[in-house]
Ligand binder design. Structure first.
Ligand code: FES
Length: 115
């Protein structure tokens, strides 16, 4: 029996960070994460972070396992977590953290432990 032929792997463009936003209703009963997720795209475009070596990918998820004080947002690869993300805080995260490499420390509530 012949081994199955694998399809070629998909091509991945370079990127620097990945941001996940919870759009679920447990951490934010008003589901404000949906507004944050939509605004994130506009801010990334404004700051020139959608393409090239500094590209930031984004994704929405129904839950990040925190389920309180949302909207919750996490930035990888650092594993830096933010709670109660408002539009104003999101703008700071994009400008200071994603573009300027300086996390908004006073709003960080958790960090991924170094492996
Ligand atoms: S519903 Fe947002 S973290 Fe669980």
């Amino acid at each position: 029996m012949a081994a199955p032929t694998l399809a070629p792997a998909p091509h991945m463009e370079r990127y620097r960070r990945h941001v996940l936003v919870c759009t679920g209703g447990f951490c934010s009963p008003e589901r404000r994460g949906r507004e944050i997720y939509a605004l994130l795209a506009r801010l990334l475009q404004r700051e020139g972070l959608l393409f090239g070596a500094t590209r930031v990918k984004r994704g929405e998820t129904p839950c990040l396992g925190v389920c309180a004080q949302g909207p919750i947002l996490v930035v990888y690869p650092e594993g830096i977590w933010y709670a109660r993300v408002t539009p104003a805080l999101l703008e700071r995260i994009v400008v200071e953290h994603l573009k300027g490499d300086r996390p908004v420390e006073e709003h960080v509530f958790h960090r991924l432990a170094p492996g």
